[in-house]
Design a protein around this ligand. Sequence first.
Ligand code: UDP
Ligand code: MG
Length: 312
Amino acid sequence: MEKISIIVPCYNEEEAMPLFYDEICKTASQFEKVDFEFIFVNDGSKDRTLEVARDLAKRDKRVRYVSFSRNFGKEAAMLAGLDYSVGDYVAIMDADLQDPPSMLYEMYKGIKEEGYDCVATRRVNRDGEPPIRSFFAKCYYKLINKISKTEIVDGARDYRLMSRQMVNSILSLKEYNRFSKGIFSWVGYNTKWLEYKNVERVAGTTKWSFWKLFLYSLESIVAFSTVPLAISSIVGILFFLISMVMIIFIIVRTLAFGDPVAGWPSLVCIIFFVSGVQLFGIGVIGQYLSKLYLEVKGRPVYIVKETEKDKK
Ligand code: UDP
Ligand code: MG
């Protein structure tokens, strides 16, 4: 029998988990001759998420869980889920029901009958989100798609169903700084996109502040584009050319008109400007260097403290 693995990253989701479980059971019962496993990944929650997961695992043998030693972030939680999953198809879903489980059947058909390797979802609107956040999100997607060869789809969710083959390809990417939206796209395969209207979370609160999202977007740019590095070299070359023109101009002027001492303020301005540009360039290099440093250290992306097998 075929098996579908559902991966659910959970960080402080004690309220949402039981609701999610009920929904996903309803969805699972629509499938005929398909086995399920639900993998809850407890990402170092500070509430009773782990207890809820243990409880569900005791009641239902389809439920499995992986619990981290601390909070490692959603990227790590998704990776752990993929590592632990054994299904022929694997789906990733948020615990807050913002990824409607009811779409799963259509996704399954997309792979099974239409021959896609992956069926992914994207939100077509951003209702219920602060306007300023939507604005920055739009700008971000425009920018990253200009400077990265890997397409990052606007409004794409992490909610998707993938074939085992695609999951194995994703797992073969061993990078430490993981940006899944980029990785999903980078590995290729035929992806079908389903669109849906944004749903608000059922319980609990969002884990993403504006600042966190901003840092995440910077990380994704560093992970999937080297254009910022090129920009600093281009700016460097441009400044070199400008300064050559200026030097020639000044030499000619001095020869022609002598050298009245003036221009101290403009000199200071130029020094400030150029050193600012230099610092910017160094900062960009620093960003890449810091990522390189983390990659080279080769630390694991997550550390598991407990799984459902430990309690049986
Ligand atoms: N999440 C996680 N680790 C984190 C932050 C979030 O596993 O450090 C999970 C969270 O429990 C949820 C999903 O990632 O299932 C999406 O988080 P959230 O709903 O807060 O994000 P939003 O939908 O607001 O973008
Ligand atoms: Mg959410």
